[in-house]
Design a protein around this ligand. Sequence first.
Ligand SMILES: C[S@@+](CC[C@H](N)C(=O)[O-])C[C@H]1O[C@@H](n2cnc3c(N)ncnc32)[C@H](O)[C@@H]1O
Length: 162
Amino acid sequence: MSRLDSFIRRLEAQRACLNAAARLIAGLPGNVLEFGLGNGRTYDHLRETLTGRDIYVFERKVAAHPDCIPPDDRLFLGDFLDSLPRAIAQLGQNTALANLDVGSGDEAASQRLARAMLPSVLQLLKSGGILISDQPVEDPALEALALPAGIKPGRYFLQRRR
Ligand SMILES: C[S@@+](CC[C@H](N)C(=O)[O-])C[C@H]1O[C@@H](n2cnc3c(N)ncnc32)[C@H](O)[C@@H]1O
């Protein structure tokens, strides 16, 4: 498979999981957390799909499309691992959906980062809340959910907090 095909399939998997997650939390109040603003693609999609939800964004350096920059009071600027304790203090355990889109070109480093973030993310994610991620993360508090039709396992990850 060409790198172009692989990139397209990853984005398709991401969009399918974002849409599935939005449906799964339809009856669950709570905020939404976006880890990794990047150029703002997934933030924009969440914003469009989940109108009315408070969406908080975590990013160390904002470089998104100008239309996709969150308001200052919804942005945790800095390293994820520094921002997470502040977010726990501010938000408590009231997150219905967290999207971890934290991958860089370095697969091992990306997985280490996601694993380091997970305990704090779980302190924010309420029971029944959905975690979707571009990295494999596991915890006894999480149950894996079936991926949307047509999405190959391992392209994106969809889990629910017990
Ligand atoms: C894959 S990109 C996110 C793409 C984005 N969701 C989109 O749709 O455009 C990952 C982002 O995570 C950010 N990031 C990576 N490691 C980080 C860290 N330790 N703390 C804060 N931000 C980090 C990077 O700056 C980058 O913008």
